[in-house]
Design a protein around this ligand. Structure first.
Ligand SMILES: [Fe+2]
Length: 625
């Protein structure tokens, strides 16, 4: 971090501190770029939480210089890629209170149907997205890609790239760690991939979280994955801070990093702004536990084991851990889960949640107090509910630990050979990029002392392809061969499944194929890019993506894109175009960057932030309170 004290305006004699975080040069291969033809919808489009009659569609608009208030955005949804057969359309305003994100819950849709959608504002169009509603009756099958743990700095999102190419899934289910909160270089940076996120600091404030999401949505592979499929998402810890629980987190220090509740609320708000998740109706609009039904075939029961009701981690042995009042879900969520399991008319009850539910012991001792092993009473309550209410076909989906597992969920008297006395099964998806652990023979040793663990791989990156049919639910683990450079290759090496009305896993030597058992129309064409470039800036330009806060009090914090490396000049003008503060000239590499300017000495009013670099000049208005 460097600090500059610069120019004195002749009339105002005002000093300004300008701080620019140091930035690493991106190479041509891995820098983040804004695609000019996507202006002002640089972050693409997304959809999520599909129901039989509705789906969330999403985008984010980057305001132009003159757009300081609300911005009108039109949307439409159609049955065809050419957007001729329009089914529904509308318009709404967005503004700075939601970071200029746009979210619409599109209703009156038909079940089990592909739709195409796009946004328009001021004559400019977004790329078209594709989405798909859930079925509402008997359906032979459904297929999902299960992902978690995408550390941008750890490598390329080849998992998302491969999923885009598959073109045979109904939705992507993200079990959390969609982003990470660490500072640049703070968690497993990959010097070969050389991908650097912004902000460079650990993200704590609402502006920090928003700008980190902005960087993620500019990743081409993730952006295209959103464009292609609906996402069904829950957060884990790193959407707020490492090992978060209800009233704190391992990676949060009250005081120096502010108040936890403030930070947690900022993290939740940014999550709901930037991801296509449906806002809840109850007291807490940012509640993520909810259910999404695919006809009578499956009920996706999405849980929050992280921020809603979790007691603090406290080891895996001792009186505190074994207390019967200890909670992971919280009372209201546990009651909701029980009711959902009891009342669901679906064949499969699929619990999509964050941390591993099956016990994991080494030499008889549980090793991770952040997973259900640290909350044994809550796990017993869930298992007891499943067994005492005779609930069949429970499948648990898990992320969090950057490794792959296939587990039975053992009750007392569990038999590892026959699978008798298992409550259900669990599939744990590997990470997109975050590092696992490499222990030679480690997976084998774990399996030898945990007979309910049928498969473990501790360090590969990939995803689970989950195929649900009336006969069985199967997980195929797909692994990418590298995250050091961009490639779409992923291969399946392991498959486990559970039969209808059985409660234990069986091994399969064959991954599920898009075959006659898959009766959905899965080959709808990927959505096209608009073929008309409507932007006057089609040759490319520097762009200020955001200014926070706006109105500003003491400093502005802004994210901007530089098209060509070179010296850039950062200035503040008054609304009459009079330069009142210039001129930090700083070498800036091409890519996305963040800057700060102290505006505490400015009198109240409207100002312009201006960035000049090469032949490109970009500016954006902000208000000083
Ligand atoms: Fe993670």
């Amino acid at each position: 971090m460097k600090k500059y004290l610069f120019n004195i305006n002749k009339q105002l004699f005002v000093f300004f501190g300008i701080i620019l975080f140091s930035t690493k040069a991106y190479t041509q291969n891995n820098r983040l770029i804004l695609e000019p033809c996507m202006e002002p919808f640089y972050h693409g489009v997304a959809s999520g939480d599909p129901l039989a009659d509705r789906v969330i569609i999403w985008t984010r608009i980057t305001p132009t210089i003159n757009q300081t208030g609300s911005i009108l955005v039109n949307w439409k949804i159609a049955l065809d890629t050419g957007m001729q057969n329009i089914i529904n359309n509308g318009s709404l305003f967005t503004n700075s209170t939601v970071d200029y994100t746009v979210k619409v819950d599109v209703t009156n849709l038909q079940p089990n149907t592909y739709y195409y959608y796009e946004f328009e504002s001021d004559g400019k169009h977004s790329v078209r997205g594709r989405t798909k509603t859930a079925p509402n009756t008997n359906n032979d099958s459904a297929r999902f890609a299960i992902v978690s743990c995408a550390n941008f700095e750890a490598g390329f999102f080849n998992v998302y790239k491969n999923i885009v190419q598959r073109n045979d899934i109904d939705a992507v289910i993200c079990l959390g760690d969609y982003i990470y909160e660490y500072e640049t270089g703070g968690y497993s940076p990959n010097t070969t991939a050389n991908r650097t996120w912004e902000p460079a600091n650990e993200i704590i404030s609402i502006a920090d979280y928003r700008m980190r999401y902005s960087v993620y949505h500019l990743d081409e592979d993730l952006r295209k994955c959103h464009q292609q499929y609906p996402f069904i998402v829950i957060w884990d810890d790193h959407e707020s801070a490492n090992d978060a629980w209800l009233n704190g987190a391992e990676n949060h220090t009250n005081g120096t990093e502010g108040n936890w509740l403030t930070r947690k609320n900022a993290a939740k708000q940014a999550y709901f702004e930037w991801l296509p998740i449906r806002q809840a109706n109850g007291n807490d609009p940012y509640q993520i536990f909810r259910h999404i039904q695919y006809g009578n075939l499956l009920d996706l029961i999405m849980l929050d084991t992280r921020l809603h009701g979790r007691d603090v981690q406290a080891g895996t042995t001792g009186t505190t851990v074994n207390s019967t009042t200890r909670q992971l879900l919280g009372t209201d969520q546990f009651t909701w889960l029980g009711n959902r399991l009891d009342s669901s008319n679906c064949q499969w009850k699929i619990l999509a949640q964050q941390v591993m539910m099956a016990p994991l012991k080494i030499l008889g001792t549980a090793i991770n107090d952040d997973q259900w092993d640290g909350y044994p009473a809550e796990r017993n309550r869930v298992f007891n509910h499943i067994i005492s209410n005779n609930i069949n076909n429970v499948v648990v989906l898990t992320g969090d630990i950057h490794s792959s597992w296939a587990n039975d969920l053992p009750l007392s008297g569990y038999n590892g050979t026959t699978g008798a006395n298992s409550a259900g099964v669990e599939f744990v998806t590997p990470s997109v990029t975050s590092p696992g652990i490499t222990i030679p023979g480690g997976a084998t040793a774990i399996q030898l002392s945990n007979s309910h663990i049928k498969y473990a791989d501790l360090n590969q990156h990939g995803f689970i392809l989950l195929t649900v049919t009336s006969q069985k639910t199967q997980a195929d683990w797909y692994y990418v061969n590298t995250i050091d450079f961009s490639t779409a290759v992923a291969t399946s090496t392991k498959s486990y499944y559970v039969n209808n009305n059985e409660r234990f896993l069986r091994n399969s030597t064959i991954a599920m194929q898009a075959s006659s058992t898959i009766t959905n129309t899965l080959q709808a064409p990927p959505c096209p890019r608009p073929n008309t470039v409507t932007s006057i800036y089609s040759q490319g330009q520097n762009v200020i993506l955001s200014i926070y806060p706006n109105p500003a009090i003491s400093e502005i914090y802004f994210q901007y894109s530089i098209l060509q490396s070179g010296n850039a000049i950062f200035s503040v003008y008054d609304i009459n175009g009079k330069s009142i503060q210039i001129n930090l000239s700083e070498y800036v590499s091409d890519g996305i960057h963040i800057g700060k300017i102290d505006v505490s000495q400015l009198s109240a009013g409207m100002y312009l932030l201006v960035i000049e670099n090469g032949n490109s000049k970009t500016e954006k208005k902000f208000i000083k309170q």
